[in-house]
Design a protein around this ligand. Structure first.
Ligand SMILES: [Zn+2]
Length: 231
């Protein structure tokens, strides 16, 4: 039966306005030629930014290529999710598996959209396929996390964007739970300068949002946070 075969999911999983730091750039996905053009333009303006900071970058051997380096880092790494598309996500029948699927300790490398400082942490993602539900390849969860993390973002909206995307691709799921724990350089290195403080956010739906919270507590145990650490 067609229903039970592997299924490609082409749903639009973007949930943020195009152009925003945590959305895709207008015109994305871009070709290499288009990216080169963006890098050239961004480098020109980053040079001006350094001029305004009274940095003689043009004559400094360590800084003369910095505007281009910074622009390339944004397009190819730091904000990659704004310029690239996400490859197709394929789902498979769950074959009656009714338990929780949890992938924990997925690296999160992001950037806060307020200060453009690095956000580093881990995402833990759980879902319940349900008897009639679908499962997706494990690495696809990593790719979805990467796709949304590699932008300017705030942790709360990043958590929601990943949750919404998974809810869309796992259509018949009985629930999705996304937990992110991350440290923010804008807290560690500027302003209050508190090293080591981390932030935990979570978004839940379906069985994870039920009043008795059994499924949610089970996941928190599996992650290792314990029952009382996070409610
Ligand atoms: Zn910040």
């Amino acid at each position: 039966m067609e229903e039970n075969k592997r299924r490609k999911l082409h749903s639009n999983i973007e949930s943020v306005r195009t152009g925003f730091a945590n959305g895709q750039a207008e015109g994305a996905p871009f070709t290499e030629k288009e990216k080169t053009k963006i890098i050239k333009e961004a480098a020109k303006h980053y040079g001006k930014f350094l001029d305004a900071l009274k940095c003689d970058w043009r004559d400094d051997p360590n800084s003369m290529e910095t505007p281009t380096r910074v622009a390339k880092a944004y397009v190819y790494d730091l904000w990659k999710g704004r310029y690239d598309g996400l490859s197709d996500v394929t789902s498979f029948p769950s074959d009656g598996y009714r338990g929780i699927v949890l992938e924990k300790d997925i690296p999160v490398v992001s950037q806060c959209s307020h200060h453009h400082q690095t956000v580093l942490g881990k995402a833990h993602i759980a879902y319940i396929p349900g008897a009639e539900g679908r499962v997706i390849g494990l690495s696809k969860i990593n790719r979805i996390v990467e796709h949304f993390s590699r932008r300017g973002a705030i942790q709360e909206s990043l958590t929601m964007a990943i949750h919404k995307a998974l809810n869309k691709v796992l259509k018949e799921t009985e629930g999705v739970m996304v937990v992110i724990q991350a440290t923010h350089n804008c807290v560690s290195c500027r302003g209050v300068k508190h090293m080591g403080a981390s932030m935990i956010t979570s978004e839940v739906s379906g069985a994870f949002a039920n009043h008795n919270k059994t499924a949610k507590q089970e996941v928190m145990h599996m992650i290792g946070y314990g029952l009382d650490a996070y409610k």
